[in-house]
Design a protein around this ligand. Structure first.
Ligand code: FES
Ligand SMILES: [Fe+2]
Length: 387
């Protein structure tokens, strides 16, 4: 029988050293190597769809304004005035009143389209050596893939969709990501290191005790695996196969929602096979994953605030036909997603609380935790390659 046991860890693997999860020196190293060189998810395009709308994003101690300029193009600038370094924009999101970004301190103003310094509010002539052409806003690289916006703090970073996700995004081929609209945003600061979030996301050993409702919806999770092929009792997915061994949602359930119903709004472009998957995921380390379901998509952004604080932002994307239908209750999917994310947040916080025990130097990975091993190898490689 074909199953993935070959992926299982057969040798005892050590987890990353305990101090990687709280030591500030190590944290700074991860920010410099990992977070300032990889493409970081900002938001779905529908959150800044109008010209001059903006959103600010905090990545560790760096703050970036991401906006749509007066022509509708995406731009990103460090949120810092070139005069004496004031923050330009304090709000998390909103709309700029004119084509100028005006510093709230002494009113230097910059073109939203080019970042060029346009006006200074000084009373007398500019000093010798002052050249406004040298005082544009600092630009940040920005790209979009299927309506998902990413930035990179390394201005020389290459954009490669092939390397953006940990596996091929083909499972999302039939999802109309570009045309979907964000119907709800949820944010939470979790008291854990950002890596703990990913470790928790990449295993299901915790599912039965941390997520009783999810384990009911996805019976395979009662086996504590993330892929049905991890099971020696794996069954290929058919209409009659037992979801406990073939994956997917329990009989009768259509989507990730409180009552399992897609309320008549299954995404029209999804095939029978897409729908039978029940849920699909792709991750872009270090900053995001998306989950695809019959009637919605959930994009989750992960950014570090400090070595022991991580900000999670979830966006729920819907087709406009669902959002415009008064009979479609988005709370049905949002409440379920929030319940699971709250449970995971609590688990990550539990994990963080125990890490400083002095005799604890590192943990160990069990056979099913092979994706965590892949993640750890990725972290180690990033740390060593980008020294
Ligand atoms: S710091 Fe922005 S205008 Fe002075
Ligand atoms: Fe979980």
């Amino acid at each position: 029988m074909e199953y993935y046991k070959s992926n299982h860890l057969t040798e005892l693997e050590q987890s990353l050293p305990a101090n990687y999860y709280f030591c500030d020196t190590h944290y700074r190293k991860e920010i410099e190597t990992i977070w300032k060189n990889n493409w970081i998810y900002v938001c779905h395009k529908s959150r800044i769809s109008r010209n001059l709308s903006f959103l600010t994003v905090q990545i560790a101690d760096q703050n970036v304004i991401v906006l749509r300029d007066s022509k509708g193009d995406l731009r990103a600038y460090y949120n810092t005035c070139r005069h004496r370094g004031s923050v330009l924009c304090e709000q998390a999101s909103g709309s700029i009143n004119s084509r100028l970004l005006v510093c709230p301190y002494h009113q230097w103003s910059y073109s939203v389209d080019t970042g060029k310094l346009i006006n200074v509010a000084s009373f007398s002539e500019n000093p010798r050596g002052f050249n406004r052409n040298n005082l544009s806003l600092f630009k940040v690289a920005i790209k979009e893939w299927c309506g998902l916006i990413f930035i990179n703090l390394n201005g020389l970073a290459e954009w490669s969709v092939d390397n953006l996700f940990q596996k091929s995004p083909s499972v999302f081929a039939n999802f109309p990501l570009e045309d979907m609209v964000c119907g709800h945003v949820w944010e939470k600061t979790i008291a854990c290191n950002w890596k703990s979030f990913w470790e928790n996301f990449n295993e299901c050993l915790h599912c039965p005790n941390i997520h009783p409702e999810l384990t009911d919806l996805v019976p395979m999770f009662s086996n504590r695996v993330i892929n049905p092929k991890d099971l020696s009792s794996w069954e290929p997915k058919t209409e009659k196969s037992n979801p406990k061994f073939s994956g997917g949602l329990k009989f009768g359930a259509e989507t990730w929602s409180t009552n399992g119903s897609a309320q008549g709004h299954k995404i029209k472009t999804l095939t029978k096979e897409d729908l039978s998957n029940g849920h699909v995921y792709i991750s872009s380390w270090p900053s995001m994953f998306i989950g695809g379901y019959a009637d919605h998509v959930r994009a989750v952004r992960v950014v570090p605030i400090n070595s022991e604080k991580t900000m999670i932002t979830a966006e729920w994307l819907f087709e406009t036909s669902a959002l415009n239908d008064d009979n479609y209750d988005i709370k049905n999917v949002i409440d379920f997603g929030c319940l699971i994310m709250e449970q995971d947040a609590k688990a990550c916080e539990l994990n963080q609380k125990g890490l400083k025990s002095e005799p604890y130097q590192n943990g160990f990975l069990m056979p099913e935790e092979y994706v965590i091993k892949t993640f750890h190898d990725w972290v180690r490689k990033e740390l060593s390659q980008r020294q």
